[in-house]
Write a protein that binds this ligand. Sequence first.
Ligand code: GRG
Length: 301
Amino acid sequence: MKAAAFEGWKQQAQAAVEAALQAWVPGAAPAGLGEAMRYGVLDGGKRVRPLLVLAAARATGGDELAAMRPAVAVELIHAYSLIHDDMPCMDNDVLRRGKPTVHVRFGQAQAMLAGDAMHTLAFELLTAPPGHEADFELSPRLSALLCALLARAAGHAGMAGGQAIDLASVGKALSHAQLRDMHRRKTGALLQASVMMGAACGQADARAWRALGEYGDAIGLAFQIVDDILDATQESATLGKTAGKDLDCNKPTYVTVLGLDAARRQADELHAQAQAALARSGLSDVSTLARLAERIVERES
Ligand code: GRG
């Protein structure tokens, strides 16, 4: 896929995700909760995870309309994790997606509830019966598989477990292997699950399923290594969040453990592994996934 065609696909997919989020995240939730939820998830973010769902569905011949529910669900889980991560009991941050964080704008209790409600809304969208505003019906089998993939990636074995390691490792020296394990859980698991949820919406045979799992694992880890590099090298205005936070908080990162050059080499190596996995998937058109991998590694925010 040529760069211009990819850009066109990306813009159209981002607009479709935005429209679905607008439609499915309820503004009318009680006592200002809806406002806090919508503030936390609308109008911001690169939407990388939904794009991976839609691109994997496309690569495996799946319906992009069916894939919209998992695309929105994974973004809700991601946005909830950002809201909770920014709270004073975790990373205590005031800037996210170029705006004051949810707890700064709405208070800590509302931020906690907004995250909780987005977490559960994600699974409601994956299981909603016909007639729900999420209009495309999923088969019970697909619905269950999507729930299992997302729950596994978001929970103790994935993101929440990785966050627990992250909080426990402040000021500690981690080995490269321990750091890789933390990054894979905290960030990689949800990115990999995005790919697998998209593949679940299509017809991935065992070979394609395995290869896409390897692709997701490689880009998931690469994403966090690049995040570590950007945290150390970019300005807050570019990132839309506080830059230099890892160093200030004395957190081990790929940059502090390996150094900037080696971190960059690791990201490039993982990019090569991701492209090699796509090449052995047996799928006829993996160009959108290939472009997304390139963007993840070359991004500047
Ligand atoms: C609270 C259970 C719980 C988990 C929080 C994901 C996470 C764990 C914390 C967020 C902080 C952080 C640095 C996570 C690593 C993942 C990451 C790089 C998030 C930012 O993702 P982007 O760049 O953000 O996709 P946008 O705003 O573009 O969506």
